[in-house]
Design a protein around this ligand. Structure first.
Ligand code: APR
Length: 320
């Protein structure tokens, strides 16, 4: 059987890391697309040349022509600009919306059967716009945010408890911004919920509150350290986890920015929710029950994303 074809739209920091991870994991043949001439070609060749030492097979092609993504099984979109220190993800809206229009049209014309994962920020509004511009079925267009935010939360919790991060599960839902919702009650160490771990004396409410806030600020913390761009290793790894779930029909339960129509009190809206990802794309939205506090945080996050979606409609009348 032919190897799956993975198209990476954007060959910058995250795009290059995605290509390298896809190579090492032998997920399929990779096409790296970018408007910058030479960048995707150089990164594709560099990665291909690491194959003999690492020991992977696969073809790696860099291109500036959308025709080369034809027939892709999965597309991961990082095209656009990242933030600089002092900027919020929302500051990127105008410029990245235009990028989503050209990317959406490229995918629609050349890879309409692909499962599309958007990483470009501000995430929830951009994945909505990408779905609109591409016209692909909503269950085939998702945003990567919750896996990353949950991974950051899991890392901080594992460090706090001095346990393997493999045994820490965590859920961060809502929009990928300052209002994201780390769900403490649904986060566990090997099944023991965080509130129980406070009762057991493993941590305190104050320390847990600080970890929750650090998770919300996780992207900004990296931007502040790097100064010239934003995080790329963990975002790329998170998106590869999602792509693998689709390509291998793993039925993973992952928090993703997905189109929600009729669950969690939402009627037709893109935001971070628990999903099942398998060969059908988003096969199910998991309609978890939230308590009053959690619901209030989720509603606030949804309202923030709604504001960005309205701003997109104001910028591009074809979205209205
Ligand atoms: N079509 C294709 N590629 C584009 C386009 C476009 N219209 N516009 C810009 N690009 C390319 C750039 O040439 C660059 O190579 O997108 C790439 C972005 O790479 P980086 O600047 O290195 O940004 P990166 O760190 O990879 O982040 C990309 O993901 O997490 C988000 O906020 C982040 O929106 C940003 C995106």
């Amino acid at each position: 059987m032919a190897r799956p074809k993975i198209a990476l739209i954007g060959a910058g920091q995250i795009g290059g890391t995605l290509a390298h991870l896809a190579a090492i994991k032998e997920l399929g043949d990779v096409v790296l697309f970018d408007i910058s001439e030479g960048t995707p070609q150089g990164k594709a060749l560099d990665i291909a040349e690491s194959g003999p030492s690492e020991g992977f097979d696969g073809s790696f092609k860099g291109t500036n022509d959308y025709a080369d993504i034809a027939g892709a099984d999965a597309c991961i979109v990082t095209a656009g600009v990242p933030r600089k220190p002092g900027m919020s993800r929302d500051d990127l809206l105008g410029i990245n919306l235009k990028v989503m229009k050209s990317v959406g049209e490229g995918i629609k014309a050349h890879a309409p059967d692909a499962f599309v994962i958007c990483i470009t920020n501000p995430l929830d509004a951009m994945v909505w716009a990408l779905q609109q511009f591409s016209g692909l079925p909503a269950e085939k267009v998702v945003g990567m945010a919750g896996v990353l935010d949950s991974a950051r939360f899991r890392h901080f919790l594992a460090t706090e408890f001095n346990v393997s991060m493999r045994d820490v599960t965590a859920f961060v839902l809502g929009g990928h911004g300052d209002t994201m919702v780390p769900l403490v009650r649904y986060s566990t160490v090997a099944g023991i919920p965080l509130p129980d771990l406070i009762d057991m004396g493993w941590t305190t409410q104050e320390r847990l509150d600080a970890i929750v806030q650090r998770t919300r600020d996780g992207g900004a913390e990296i931007v502040g350290l790097l100064k010239t761009g934003s995080a790329f290793y963990a975002p790329a790894t998170s998106a590869i986890e999602m792509a693998e779930a689709y390509l291998k029909d793993q039925k993973r339960l992952l928090p993703c920015a997905a189109w929600v129509d009729g669950a969690l009190g939402l009627n037709g809206f893109y935001v971070g929710v628990p999903t099942i990802i398998g060969a059908g794309g988003v096969e199910r939205i998991v309609d978890i029950k939230m308590n009053a506090d959690e619901q209030a945080m989720f509603d606030k996050s949804v309202a923030a994303v709604k504001g960005l979606v309205e701003a997109c409609k104001g910028i591009d009348s074809s979205l209205a």
